[in-house]
Ligand binder design. Sequence first.
Ligand code: F6P
Length: 366
Amino acid sequence: MKDEYQFILHPSSFILICFGGRGMHKVGILTGGGDCPGLNAVIRAVVRKIDNAGGTCLGLLEGWRGLLEEKTTALNVLETDDIIARGGTILGSSRTNPFKQAANVSCAVENFRRLGLTALVAIGGDDTLGVASRLYTEHQLPMVGVPKTIDNDLSATDFTFGFDTAINIVMEAVDRLRTTAESHRRIMVIETMGRKAGWIACLSGIAVAADYILVPEVPVDLDHMCGVLQRRRAEGKLYGLVVVSEGAQLSAGSVVTADASIDEFGHEKLGGIGQNVAELIDKRLQIETRHVTLGHLHRGGPPRAYDRVLATRFGIKAGELVVEGKFGQMAALKGNDIHAVPLSDAVAQNRRLDMRYYEEAREFFP
Ligand code: F6P
């Protein structure tokens, strides 16, 4: 396919027009929303798949802003070959939402055509993919999605890439906190990211043998938590680990939000519940308690092998969907297989924590 060309004899002028090969596909790629480990692995895989099919790729810089402002960069196989090991995204990211203003939507559609794109691969979470889905259904732009987020809260895929690396980062951090908590006989409260889904807190909490896990899906029961911590201490465990998701809810009004501002997709900045929980435990149990907010550490550094492989498989699938002209679809993991699912299904609703994981975790803090 790579070096194939199509020849058309133009009927009116008898001019031989030659196109195809590298001219066939010109695929835009963008990364939007919070960055996460594995984005570069997807970019590399899409570039390679499209190159194998004889096309070219154009990077749009800083998410949807790149399309609105025509900020682009050429992407080729050689320059993207070793980016798999790099965290973040070589394209930059932003939380720009073209649907905030009608004029921006027409600008996006116009620029798509002016750049000569034949398809666009959007790598993002529910916000970025929500935009892609609307550009596809409302403006017929040929979009393909790839599910990214450390939060793992996208529907229609079993897992998103970035999540595995994030929970491993939490695990490594807590393994370090454990030794100092134990030395000082303290309780350590670790606040994780994850927005309104408890995936990160629950799975990392299981992995570090947390004494208690607080997730947004389960109302916080302070009495129960303090009872468990007290009991464990009485049994001889002289330190404690509590993992709390940033989106967990204390009783009305007592959740601290780090910043009242909201982004272009209407999300508030979360953060602060770890400190609240630590203060409450300290006060109620009279046990020295500290808190650590892991924050953006979750998203930093190189992806782990699992995420590199998953991101690569997603990228290849996305490239394949482009080549086959199957738009309005997203690459998704179902069991061990990569499938195509409608973008609209992926963004229809947030995927909360599968409660079976929480039930298993609860065996350790009945
Ligand atoms: O969606 C990913 C995420 O890391 C959330 O877990 C977190 O609440 C949010 O992004 C933080 O966003 P920002 O990078 O804009 O502070």
